[in-house]
Each structure stands twice: as C-alpha cells, then as structure tokens.
Design a binder for this molecule. Structure first.
Ligand code: NAP
Length: 431
C-alpha cells in the first residue's frame, strides 16, 4: 500500500456504493483525522455511466469493467458493492486479492458461498478481506465478534438478521393484517424487493448466519448446512396466540455449538416477551452473543440502508488505512475447523403447535395420544369456544423434545380424520 492517501476503487455505485461516496465527501476530514490517512476514491465502476447518482466523482477514473479496475496498479484497496454470489462481483474480489489488494465488501451472498476459499486467497496474498457491512448493516457485529469479544469462547449467537422480515412481523402484529398485504405495503415503502424471496424465505438471513458462524466458532463457512425456513406461513392468528402465551414471533438466525457439532438454523421462533431480542422492532436488526467470560451481549441497530451500510464500509476502510490486519474469520484460514453440523432432526427445544380440528368427543384424546406416544409432554393447551361438529383451533405448547419426535407426532395428527388442515409448528427459543 502506498503512503499518503489510500486510493480506493469502488465497484458498484448503487445504494451502498453511493452512500460510501457521500460519507467520504461529508466526513472525509474526520476520517483522515481518525486514521491518519486520506481516503480517496480514485476509481469507480458501475453499469451505466450516464446515470445521475447525485455524486461528485470528479477526479475518479471510470472503469467499464470492475474486474479490470480490481487489478489496476494505481489502486490500494477495492470496495466491492455490486452484489451476487458469483459473476462479476466474485471475479472482482478474486482479481483484487490476486493482485495483492485488500478488499472491502458488503456482499453476504459471496461470503456465504465462497467465504472459506476467499479467506485462503486473502491470506496467501497477505491482504485483508473485510466485510462489516455484510452482516446486520450498520451494526458493528463483525467487529464485536472478531475483536471486542476475541477473548471469549462463544457458545451461541442468535440474531434478527433481516429487517424486511422483522418489519413484516412487527407490522402484522400491530395492524392485525396478514402477510401478503403487509408484504405488498413493504414493497411500496421500499422495505422489500419486487422479488422478496431472498428476504421472506430466510435466505438473506442464512447468508449472514453462515458468516457469523464461521467467525464465532473459527470454522469453515458452511451455508449449505443451514436449516432455512422463512415467514410466509406465519399468520396473524399465530401472532395473536403467541402474544397471549407470552411470546413474540421473530425470524431468528441461530448458531450454536453442541457436543462437538454446530447447529445453524434460520426460522420463525417464539421468543419470550422478556427476552431482549423480543423488543427489537421494525426494520432493525440485532445480534445477541453468549460467551464464557463476557456473558450476554446484545447489539441492535439499522440493518440496511444507504447510510448505515456506508458507515460499516467506512469502518473497514479506516482499519485498512491504519494498517490493522485481522484474519478474515478471526483465525488463520488454515486453522478454520471443518465442524460437523447438527442435523435438524436432532434439534432439541420446545414447540408451539396449532391445529384445526373438528370439535367432537375424542379428538383431544387422539391428539394427546400422538404426543404421548412420542414422549412429548404438554406445557399448555388452549381451545377457545365451542362449536360441536365444526372446526376449532387448538394450540399446544410442549416441553423440550426433539425435532424428530415432533415431526413424527405431527404426521400422526395430520392423518387423523378430525384434523382439517396441516398443523402449524413454530419452534420456541428460550431467550
Ligand atoms: N442495500 C443495502 O442496504 C445493503 C445492506 C447490506 C449489504 N448490502 C450488500 O451490498 C451489495 C450492494 O447492494 P446495493 O443495495 O448497493 O445494490 P444496488 O443498489 O443494486 O447496486 C449495485 C451496483 O452494482 C453495479 N453493477 C451491477 N452489475 C455491474 C457490472 N457488471 N459492472 C459494474 N457494475 C455493476 C450497478 O450499476 P448501475 O447503478 O449502473 O446499475 C449498481 O451501481 C450487495 O451485495 C448487497 O447484498 C446491501
């Protein structure tokens, strides 16, 4: 890296790239004071050169091809904010690392799919791959895990990792409106994409969880090991029952060490009202860490958007300007462990079940038998109203059991003649 200004090439001038340019424009002096070097945007690349982005990019060279920019010898650092696990984003990052340049990226999909290989490449080249903006946007979650809590053995991390889902669930609860209607409104407000599946099907949260897991446990990134469920099947009736039982429904990403294995899951959860994460509302994200010396730490903040994400990218750039170099996932890439993953069947926890059954004699006994035969004990059961011969919802909260036992008993309940629709199951997370 040259002395004096740190010359940055920015690949992608969308939400994050433009935000970074504005941050450096507005706060450049402060950044120089804090890291002792000027951060200079020397080159940029995007698809459409003519697009008015409201940015002053005077003095920055334009590259049609971000991959060519990545290996330009004039540049010290490349910021990749194009997006996508493969294609031009991956080529840009690989070209920059191969050319001996450190990279800052906000690209969680890329890291979730190729994080281990990229960590090896960065280490072999003696450069840094930084990605604070890739997880939980403006919250300094990566720095907290990798540096602030580096003295701890981390047992469990869970978080609200997708603001779109949290906004939808919060709004469904507040307004009593169903998923589809709230999603359409979120799309109008710009909180959800036209194609919402990355968010509402849990994939975006799983990308972030894969990164968190590697960092928390010093293991290889293993996106494919994550059990992923989204929020499409959550209905206001479940939200209302959960509230009545003392819970809030959240889409969580959870990473946990268990007996030499790693459990990684993204799915809707019932969390107790008094759990700190239950009160994280709207588009906000939160990351909750449990570690041996510090105990529990919760950090909360804006998980996306131009300014919060730019703030995270700037923090990484300032580290590079100061010469701070930390291995990609906190340990040398050769030391990243290949940890076996816990199969979802072996997950243990309590469960919320909602059935729709005929209100007739013997039905509850049949349901109770399906649970009893799998050694599942019931903590609470709610049946509202009386409608002989008609459909009634029955809600059950179980004590701790295994996923395999729950799935077997649900299959048996579903096969009952008195059962009218596929039972709903939502896992309960202690805190
Ligand atoms: N948005 C957020 O709040 C947020 C938060 C955290 C992380 N991230 C991550 O940050 C990354 C960028 O997200 P974003 O929201 O800023 O995306 P975006 O608004 O869609 O911007 C993407 C940028 O990449 C450029 N681009 C696309 N293909 C290109 C190519 N072949 N060559 C050169 N440039 C190309 C686009 O150019 P044009 O402008 O000319 O089309 C655009 O400027 C993604 O990995 C995303 O997951 C975003």
């Amino acid at each position: 890296m040259t002395k004096g200004s740190m010359k940055i090439g920015v690949a992608g001038l969308g939400t994050v790239g433009s935000g970074l340019c504005r941050l450096i424009q507005d706060n450049g002096h402060l950044l120089t004071q804090r890291c002792g070097r000027r951060l200079l945007i020397s080159a940029v690349s995007a698809r459409d050169r003519r697009k008015d982005r409201g940015l002053n990019l005077e003095g920055a060279r334009w590259f049609e091809d971000p991959v060519a920019m990545a290996s330009d010898p004039e540049l010290d650092v490349i910021v990749e904010v194009i997006g996508g696990a493969d294609g031009v984003a991956r080529e840009t990052v690989e070209a920059a690392l191969t050319a001996g340049k450190s990279v800052v990226t906000a690209n969680k999909a890329l890291l979730a799919e190729h994080g281990t290989a990229l960590a090896h490449l960065a280490e072999a080249q003696g450069v840094t791959l930084a990605y604070e903006a890739a997880v939980a946007g403006g919250i300094p979650a990566i720095k907290a895990l990798r540096e602030g809590l580096a003295g701890n053995r981390i047992q469990r991390v869970h978080g609200i990792l997708n603001g779109t889902c949290n906004y939808i669930l919060s709004t469904m609860r507040d307004s009593g409106r169903e998923f589809g209607e709230v999603l359409a409104e979120a799309q109008k407000l710009g909180y959800a994409e036209a194609d919402p599946s990355m968010d509402v099907d849990g994939i975006d949260a799983a990308h972030k969880l894969a990164i968190i897991t590697a960092l928390a446990f010093g293991c290889e990134v293993d996106f494919n090991a994550i059990h992923v469920e989204g929020i499409r099947r959550i209905s206001t009736i479940d939200i209302a029952y959960a509230e009545e039982l003392g819970f809030r429904i959240k889409l969580l990403g959870i990473a946990q060490r268990r007996d030499g294995t790693v459990e990684q899951r993204v799915h809707p959860c019932l969390v107790p009202h008094n759990a700190p994460i239950a009160s994280v509302e709207g588009v906000f994200n939160a990351v909750h860490v449990e570690a041996d010396f510090v105990g529990r730490v919760l950090i909360e903040g804006p998980g996306a958007g131009e300014k919060p994400t730019a703030s995270a990218v700037a923090a990484d750039l300032m580290d590079l300007a100061r010469g701070t170099a930390i291995p990609t996932f906190g340990v040398a890439s050769s030391d990243l462990e290949k940890l076996p993953s816990l199969s979802m069947e072996d997950h243990r926890g309590a469960y919320y079940l909602r059935l729709l059954v005929l209100d007739e004699p013997g039905v509850i006994a049949d349901v109770a038998a399906a649970l009893r035969d799998e050694d599942i004990s019931v903590e609470a059961m709610v049946q509202r109203g009386r409608a002989p011969g008609e459909a009634v919802p029955v809600v059950i909260v179980t004590h701790e059991t295994s996923e395999a036992q729950i799935q077997r008993s649900l299959a048996r309940i579903e096969a009952l003649e008195s059962n009218l629709e596929s039972p709903r199951m939502i896992r309960i997370e202690g805190s």
